[in-house]
Design a protein around this ligand. Structure first.
Ligand code: WQD
Length: 334
């Protein structure tokens, strides 16, 4: 099977490319390199022995996508490409709707023109908004109480995929709702390496540990949680990548939706402690006020993916911290 990964040089995409290549899939990558580096292709080759064909194409470049699909002969698309900075999306909503929603419409039109009817979409737990409960399941209503345009774009794209599936009986879409991806490939050759200023906890912890950022600001310790700090479901990126492989092996007509998470919650201070244990050194942090839009506690109920995709997470927070530190050590040697 020949698979196109949009955004495939990014954090999740590159790890997914590796898992697919290891299983014999033919993988090609499209990326605009806005938030990733082309050197990732060499790392994928170093790990797998295969350097995926690469197209430097933007989701808004209809001609470039048309040319790529004309040459590609893809069986399926995994759609990772998109802007994902929550804070920036609040400041620049039109940029996010144009790129994420408009770009996905361009992609879907190109797929239809070239007879590609299968897509796996990189969605996010953000689409759940505030359900009033911590444990999230796929049948919950989405799109209510989403606190940022980034999350809204993910929700709108999910709705677009459902409507396309209604209109086209042979269309097959699998929506994967990620919780909080963390960790790095055990080789230490690839990991989370954003070009932009990170918003998420782990890349910030990484930059605090290297000294690029002075200290971690812990956004509130007055939540109704055991240690007062926010709780999330942190999933190792390799487990997440394997979830994509499991998804494409079980494609079917219509829209299938799955949570990809561990099913367990971990607090900010527990993440700090886990990083300190793995690194053997203290991580400077300061408790500050809550971040607008944050919820106290969110974690996945992953039982649907376990049952229908025969997939569940195998790696732990400790694995993620050890792999992150291994990756940082490789970066430092460059
Ligand atoms: C995690 C916890 C913060 C930074 C977001 C997106 C979601 C998905 C994952 C893409 C929270 C705390 C964080 C910091 C902190 N992204 N924190 N200090 O908000 O759960 O989800 O990223 O799909 O769509 O919404 O992730 O890593 O930003 O925060 O205390 O400097 O860490 O309050 O409790 P979040 P996060």
């Amino acid at each position: 099977m020949k698979v196109l990964l949009t955004g495939g040089t990014g954090y999740i995409g590159s790890h997914t490319a590796i898992e697919l290549i290891k299983l014999g899939y033919e993988v090609e990558i499209m990326d605009n390199l806005f938030n990733s580096k082309i050197t990732v292709l060499d790392k994928i080759e170093e790990i797998t022995g295969v350097k995926p064909k690469f197209y430097k194409v933007d989701l808004l470049d209809k001609e470039g996508m048309d040319k790529m699909f004309g040459e590609g002969g893809y069986d399926l698309v995994i759609h990772f490409a998109g802007l994902k900075a929550v804070g920036e999306s609040v400041e620049k909503p039109l940029k996010y709707y144009e790129n994420n929603v408009g770009g996905t419409i361009n992609l879907l039109e190109c797929m239809k023109k070239h007879g590609v009817n299968k897509i796996v979409f990189s969605s996010s737990a953000t689409v759940y908004g505030d359900q009033g409960v911590a444990e999230l399941t796929e049948e919950m209503q989405t799109g209510v109480g989403i606190t940022n345009p980034y999350g809204e774009t993910k929700h709108v794209i999910e709705e677009i995929l459902k409507d396309v599936a209604e209109a086209e009986p042979d269309f097959e879409a699998t929506i994967l709702r990620y919780f909080n991806p963390v960790g790095a490939h055990p080789s230490g050759l690839i990991g989370e390496d954003p070009n932009d200023i990170p918003n998420n906890l782990m890349p910030i912890i990484m930059k605090v540990s290297t000294g690029e950022i002075e200290k971690l600001k812990v956004y509130g310790d007055d939540y109704d949680t055991p240690d007062g700090t926010g709780i999330r479901d942190y999933i190792h990126v390799v487990d997440l990548a394997k979830g994509h492989v499991a998804a494409i092996e079980k494609m079917k007509p219509g829209v299938s939706i799955y949570n990809l998470g561990t099913g367990k919650g971990t607090s900010v201070l527990e993440m700090v402690a886990a990083f300190e244990k793995a690194s053997g050194k203290k991580l400077p942090y300061e408790i500050v006020g809550r971040r607008a839009g944050d919820l106290a506690e969110i974690f996945a109920n992953p039982s649907k993916a376990e049952k229908e995709l025969d997939w569940k997470t195998e790696l732990t927070i400790e694995d993620a911290m050890n792999d992150t530190i291994n990756y940082l050590e490789h970066l430092a040697k460059k």
